[in-house]
Design a binder for this molecule. Sequence first.
Ligand code: FMN
Length: 214
Amino acid sequence: MEAMLSNLKGLKKRGALGINIGPNKNTKFENILEEYFILYKAFSSHADYIAINISSPNTPGLRNMHDPLHFEDLIRQISAERSTSTDKPKILIKFSPDEKDDAYIKLIEILNNSDLDGVIVSNTTVDNNLKIKSGAAGINGGISGKLLQDKSNKLLTFFKKNLKPEKIIVAVGGVFDVDSYNKKLDLGADFVQIYTGFVYEGPSLIKRIVQNGK
Ligand SMILES: Cc1cc2nc3c(=O)[nH]c(=O)nc-3n(C[C@H](O)[C@H](O)[C@H](O)COP(=O)(O)O)c2cc1C
């Protein structure tokens, strides 16, 4: 956090900036809320949006934040903090693609009843079949890229159907060309993010998509 704050101070010029926050790997679950809170307060004046990451598969126990009780607590605290501050970044929650539909329904209901701005769908998947397909069976961590695309697109469709229309949907997962980018827009994304595709192809991918995408 401190290293990043000092990097931000050195920035002379910037475009839109989103900052993704999540607890340390070794933080006890009972202290996770406090850590989100500290991070939110540290970065809220620097970011256009704060992404609250409740879905990294590499932080043991973090996905328990998809439990509606913990989720509601988190949302309430962050929302209360923003309402009393002059800094008003947009706040987006970044979801796992591996939860059950009835869990998503409860979480979406909580979000719809809150003043938070939207969602990012999705993080990587720990789906065992996909891990086997990718040759990563038995290895910790999540699957990203093309193998994730169907799963994250299904979740995008589900969120589009159930989330209030005024909420923002940022879609991510398996975008690697113009068609996979357009597909996210067709399914209702307001914004699209690219990670693995960028690793493989670099900035030329972004240029191609911006020039040829919808
Ligand atoms: C090496 C690697 C590191 C990642 N680290 C984070 C992270 O720190 N926080 C987060 O929210 N998502 C993280 N992700 C997930 C990506 O942000 C993204 O949601 C996911 O990879 C799906 O997009 P893609 O198919 O374009 O890669 C990471 C993904 C990869 C492959």
